[in-house]
Each structure stands twice: as C-alpha cells, then as structure tokens.
Design a binder for this molecule. Structure first.
Ligand code: ADP
Length: 264
C-alpha cells in the first residue's frame, strides 16, 4: 500500500485556539481546515500545538523548567488532560470532514533528553500510514531523562517526524502570512520574507523575539527547527492557515504562499 511520502501539516495553537481565551477552540476555523485537509493529494500526518489549552497550564506549573518539586506532578496531569481535550476535538473535526484520523499521544511513545527527543517508537505511525490513516500528534508534556519532564513542542515534533519518516514536505500553519523581518503584529513596516535558507538566516538580524516567546519559544524557535530539516534536504513552508483556501492549495501541490524554508 501507500509508498507515497507523507506531507506533514502543523496547525499552530494560534490557529485552532484563541490564545487570549483559556480553553477556547476556534471551532469554525478548525472545521474549515479539516475540510481543506480532506482534499489532500498526499498521505497526511497532522500535528497541532497547545494554544490556550496546554500552554497556560504548562506555564503555570513551570514544566518547561523541568521537574523541580512534587507540586508540579498535578500540573503534568492537568496539562495532559488539557491536551487530550484539544486533541480529541481536532481528531473529531478531521473525522467529521471524512478523514480516517487517529490520535497518537507523544508522551506515550517518546522521551526527551534535555528538551530534545531522545527515543521514539514510530512503528504505530508507520503502520497507520501504510493503511492510509491520518496520525494526529501534538505538542505534549513528555518525560525527560535529564530534567524529569519537559515540553515537546509541535514544532520540534514536525521537524523530527519529517526526518525520521522522510516527509515529502512540511507545512506550518500560523496566524500571520509567514515570516517577516520583525513581528508583523507589532511592527507596521515588517516585510514578508518569501525564502529563508541557512545562509540568509545568519544575515537576518531581527530580534526574535522575547515578546512572543511562549513555553516553546515562538517564531524564532520554529525557524531553527525547520532549518534543521532544510539541512536534511526537506523543504518546509510557513503559511497563514487562517486565510481560507491556503492549506487546501498546499495539500494539493501548490507552493510559495508564505515563507519557504529550504537548504539553498
Ligand atoms: P503557534 O502557537 O501557532 O505555533 P506562535 O505564536 O508560536 O505560533 O508563532 C506565531 C506568532 O509569531 C505570530 O502570531 C507572530 O505574532 C509572531 N512573530 C514574532 N516574530 C515574527 C516574525 N518575525 N514573523 C512572523 N511572525 C512573528
């Protein structure tokens, strides 16, 4: 069965949730995105972020700093519960659009070491892809060899999965049109960058970007992860998933709608 390379699509927490309102899903956006994804020409892996579900809880219990005291344990439970709720909504929405989506809990099949993925059992995902199912993963609170516990971001996850599963391409959906010379929400003069490569990234001196840093690091961190992929020969593109039709165009083979990140 399917020997076609998978396309990995990340739906940012800023896209599928309202980051300003705790535990709020953008239901209409999620339903629209699910319909757009259902038109994919390629096998899909979907990864989503934590948005107003995982992030505030993980931040409250300072889980990104590792395991420091027993009171954090209940925070781990609460973060997992919050992510399960959001993930169930995403999987149900994909199912409602006709996709054979199945949840994969990262913290049950992966471990970290000092914040980076150390072990991962990808066999279930590979088997699902063979059956042309759609695995759905998410940023999660994951156990960490050195720190006890840590946050695995959806962005690190897509970069890792894309390398290990030899993805065709990676699409990262956010709430702005791509990567700009500075944060477009704060700077009217910010310019959209159509292409980032390892050498152009070195020249870009824009201050990425304490203000938008969440527990997993914001836009600068995303680019660092995607550049690792670019160096491994896998191209990615950061696009505005809130703009209707964009994700549909990308899953049917279009390119160049946002910021492409590639090796050269
Ligand atoms: P998500 O949670 O959806 O993965 P993030 O909130 O981590 O997304 O990153 C997207 C946000 O990054 C945008 O909403 C934007 O405000 C911010 N941002 C900061 N700097 C930049 C930049 N140079 N170009 C584009 N977006 C930026």
């Amino acid at each position: 069965m399917a020997s076609k390379k998978p396309l990995i699509v990340k739906l940012g927490g800023s896209v599928i949730t309202d980051k300003k309102r705790p535990f709020t899903i953008r239901k209409r956006e999620l339903a629209r995105l699910s319909r757009e994804l259902s038109g994919s020409r390629y096998p899909l892996i979907v990864v989503h972020g934590g948005g107003s579900f995982g992030h505030p809880v993980a931040a409250k219990y300072q889980l990104e700093q590792g395991y420091k005291h027993p009171a954090q344990r209940i925070g781990i439970t609460l973060t997992r519960l919050a992510m399960n709720r959001l993930n169930t909504a995403v999987v149900y929405s994909l199912y409602s659009a006709g996709l054979p989506a199945v949840s994969i809990q990262p913290s049950a099949c992966m471990t970290l070491d000092n914040g980076k993925i150390k072990t991962a059992n990808l066999s279930p995902i590979k088997k699902m892809l063979k059956l042309e199912m759609v695995p759905v993963l998410y940023g999660d609170v994951v156990f960490d060899e050195m720190r006890g516990v840590g946050i695995l971001s959806g962005d690190q996850l897509v970069s890792y999965l894309a390398r290990r599963l030899a993805a065709r391409r990676v699409i990262v959906g956010v709430d702005v049109n791509g990567v700009y010379t500075s944060n477009p929400k704060l700077d009217k003069n910010a310019r959209l960058l159509p292409l980032i490569t390892p050498s152009t990234w070195k020249e870009l001196s824009f201050g990425f970007d304490e203000k938008t840093k969440d527990v997993t690091g914001g836009m600068g961190y995303k680019i660092e992860e995607l550049l690792k992929l670019a160096k491994a020969g896998i191209e990615s593109e950061i696009v505005n998933a809130l703009k209707p039709g964009t994700i549909h165009q990308l899953v049917t083979g279009k390119k160049g709608l946002g910021t492409i990140i590639r090796g050269k």
